[in-house]
Ligand binder design. Sequence first.
Ligand code: GDP
Length: 447
Amino acid sequence: MFETLGNRLQGVFDRLRGRGALSEADVSDALREVRVALLEADVALSVVKDITARVRERAVGQEVIRSIQPGQQVIKIVNDALVEALGGNDPGPRGISLEAAAPVAILMVGLQGSGKTTTSGKIALRLKGRERKKVLLASLDVHRPAAQLQLAQLAERAEVTSLPIIAGQTPLQIAERAMDLGRRELYDVVILDTAGRLSIDEALMAEVAAVKQAVTPHETLLVVDAMTGQDAVNTARIFNERVGVTGIVMTRVDGDARGGAALSMRAVTGAPIKLLGAGEKLDALEDFHPDRIANRILGMGDIVSLVERAAETIDQAEAEKLAARMQKGQFSLEDYAQQLKQIGKMGGMSGLMGMLPGVAKVKAQLQDANLDTGMLKRQAAIIGSMTVKERRQPEIIKASRKRRIAAGSGASVQEVNRLLKQFEDMRDMMKRMNKMGQKGMMRGGLA
Ligand code: GDP
């Protein structure tokens, strides 16, 4: 799943990238596309509104990391909003909790065909293998004759025990018998697979609620089919209201489901997604990582980590000083050299073309020059051969000084010229940005 949403958003951000600075209109345009992409991916409207509002608020209000292209920072902001919508800021452990007295009961609930029985087998296999737990599987489905047999077969494949089938028992009786056996034979975990229905009805809810009351399970996991989109979200909402769930397992994420259900799930139900089912095989069970899912949705992990790296690498105090000098129109070749050094620290130029403030125009030239890390070093060497006075007042660098600097740094006079030209372009750009800033159009660089 997630392919469609990822592709849609990719298009939006392709358009955003490569711009030097974003106007408020740019942000609004981008957000309109983000909204459409999310709605098409079947994300609930309320969640879409929430995500776009959060992005807008931050894009406009947040202090901009000075050395990043605004478009890149918007991508990071969208990413963070997605992670939050997916429950990324929840404290506590993900996955299934076994922090209770043994035998720990796990109640599996959901609609028929959601993958509930398969998931019960998957969880049993995982707990047995990874956690070395002694697991008992029991099917409470007395409505479909084949259901109990199906679970028994799954148990065999997972090499765990299943509760012996006794015909004619009620779900409650089976549940109690399972817990009893669990206690007597010192099982760590008892997984109770309840009956499903094709759609939600009161009888099903009452049955599940009664079992839950009787065994007070430590986890009540709702299994939903990602392919059913918004229906899965509604199912989850109703199950949660009626019986209360501690977590959600989303199945068939290996299919071409639109990713929206995952995004809505947390916000609409309040219950966290704990696991993902990604195939029919018993080992096709994945932990749910909001950041990884957001990355899969956006497909922009490289840029997100770039922005994170920049935020870490760039010395904010240094950036403040630089900004103050820029404000006064005092950007010097020393500052330029400082920025080259920062870029070097961040791992060279590839993918980092937009790192310098106001670089849009210069960028094309830099690309023409096919700038790489070697080039960075040469530029730094050229600046290194200048006197302090030359660095602070590049206007005084005329032909004879250029020859001296070139000789001193092992560069050609053309290279010195190119560097000076780039620096001038950048300084002009900054002056213009400053003027705009004073008119209040560029607050934070994004608004
Ligand atoms: P239940 O009625 O909710 O117990 O559903 P089942 O566990 O019987 O699953 C119904 C069908 O979905 C079976 O054919 C499973 O193999 C299949 N299934 C379950 N989980 C997944 C999954 O994560 N991915 C895929 N592709 N198929 C799944």
